[in-house]
Design a protein. Structure first.
Length: 184
């Protein structure tokens, strides 16, 4: 890999920057509308997306380090940075999930009204942004484990956002407020 962090001629620094930018913009949208709609599903998903941004930044940094040449002290270079970035991302995700689960339990005991249509629209935007971010990494996923991890993570997040869309539809149609915390 060269210093532009490319793999197969594809510049991943630019791809990481676009992915981070898209996801940061979506976090702002999701938190704003999550508060407006009083939706734990949207607020929790925004927290999850914040951990995604941190994971993207870790993966980006790892790709930068992995591209560094070996030296007398690091005879294999810095390629293991990608493994450490993946481990750090997993730990961060577990911490975020613990906080989300804690809040969801509270919502079961005291359900709050949720603006279902807002949940549907914002989560649908999330499907699009997460799918687009995943597609940014589809090209290099077979050559680099770090890129594959980012691709799979963002593709799974598109699926989670789709689940939130379905929850919004159920809340709107059936009025089942318990679906909001279950979606977590």
């Amino acid at each position: 890999m060269s210093s532009d962090h490319s793999l197969g001629g594809h510049n991943y620094s630019r791809v990481f920057a676009v992915g981070v930018g898209l996801n940061m913009a979506f976090i702002v949208i999701e938190v704003s509308y999550g508060i407006f709609a009083d939706s734990l599903a949207l607020i929790a998903d925004a927290g999850h997306n914040l951990s995604d941004v941190v994971s993207l930044l870790l993966a980006w940094g790892a790709s930068v380090l992995a591209a560094k040449a070996s030296n007398d002290r690091r005879t294999y270079g810095y390629r293991k940075a990608t493994v450490m970035a993946s481990l750090s991302s997993a730990i961060l995700l577990l911490v975020a999930l613990g906080g989300i689960a804690w809040e969801a339990v509270g919502r079961f005991t005291e359900p709050k009204p949720v603006e279902g249509m807002t949940v549907i629209v914002v989560a649908a935007i999330g499907v699009a942004i997460n799918a687009l971010t995943a597609l940014l990494f589809v090209k290099g996923q077979k050559q680099d484990l770090n890129i594959r991890g980012v691709f799979l993570h963002m593709a799974a997040d598109a699926g989670v956002s789709l689940g939130v869309v379905v929850a919004g539809i159920v809340i709107t149609v059936k009025g089942w407020l318990w679906v909001d915390p279950v979606t977590q």
